[in-house]
Design a protein. Structure first.
Length: 260
């Protein structure tokens, strides 16, 4: 097979994994086509329906960028707490069958509750806005970390376990030398999933009661009926997600170099 054929046969995901800070040609072409189509549509309909790129970029210059930093801080803090909580509970469930047997139904129950319901519960239960937002993010993201990590721990090959047990390790050594390293790919994947989830959830949570953040900026734009501002905030959210996923992909590439 020729090198050109090999490159052509690679998926977009594979190209992103190899060079996460370089956008594949297919992605660039798709985004350009979408941008051109958007501009054409904006010429055919009123600007309060689909604003052109000129209006959107003009709105970007008027937005409060400190709101972006506030939202990012909320997401980062909540994800760290969610990961620590999810990892700790996953280890507890892995170590004890009884804990898993009684804990699994509760986790499933938490994951079955819609995000909107958690936001309403937070508004009714808590007075402090920051605690409301953190509560919603943690209760949504922590179960995802828990389930992903626990499933990865339980999916470690039995042959590898038996081989390591032949050296008579302690339970702590078995966990740190085999189980935990084997879950790293699942942990990184879970971070990608939760990152996207957290950015969407925090925006919704900020719509209720917050006076800072991107969600609050969207509320203000809606009250002023500024469609261009709404799309500008949306563009910022998309860029944040693209950059964050690129960083995580880069970390994954470095941590999992042994898979190459």
């Amino acid at each position: 097979m020729k090198p050109t054929e090999t490159i052509a046969s690679e998926t977009v995901e594979a190209l992103e994994a190899r060079a996460p800070f370089r956008f594949p040609r297919e992605m660039v072409v798709g985004l350009v086509v979408l941008a051109v189509a958007w501009e054409i549509v904006s010429m055919l309909v009123p600007p309060f329906v689909v604003p052109g790129w000129g209006r959107i970029f003009k709105s970007l210059g008027t937005l409060r960028m400190d709101f972006v930093l506030v939202t990012l801080a909320r997401v980062a803090g909540a994800l760290v707490i969610s990961f620590a909580l999810g990892l700790g509970l996953a280890v507890a469930m892995y170590a004890s069958v009884s804990v898993e047997r009684y804990g699994r139904p509760i986790v499933r129950l938490l994951m079955a509750v819609p995000v909107v319901c958690w936001i309403l519960f937070a508004v009714l239960w808590f007075k402090w806005v920051e605690f409301r937002i953190a509560f919603v993010l943690v209760v949504v993201c922590a179960p995802v970390f828990l389930v992903d990590v626990l499933d990865a721990m339980k999916g470690v090959s039995k042959d590898l376990r038996d081989m390591l047990r032949s050296f008579r390790p302690t339970r702590a050594q078995l966990f740190t030398k085999l189980v935990l390293p084997a879950t790293v790919p699942a942990i990184l994947t879970s971070w990608k999933i939760n990152l996207s989830l957290a950015i969407r959830v925090v925006t919704i949570a900020e719509l209720v009661g917050a006076v800072t953040g991107i969600g609050y900026g969207l509320v203000v734009a809606q009250e002023l009926f500024s469609v261009a501002d709404v799309f500008a905030w949306t563009l910022i959210l998309v860029v944040i997600l693209f950059v964050a996923e690129a960083v995580l992909t880069r970390v994954e590439e470095r941590v999992l170099r042994w898979r190459a």
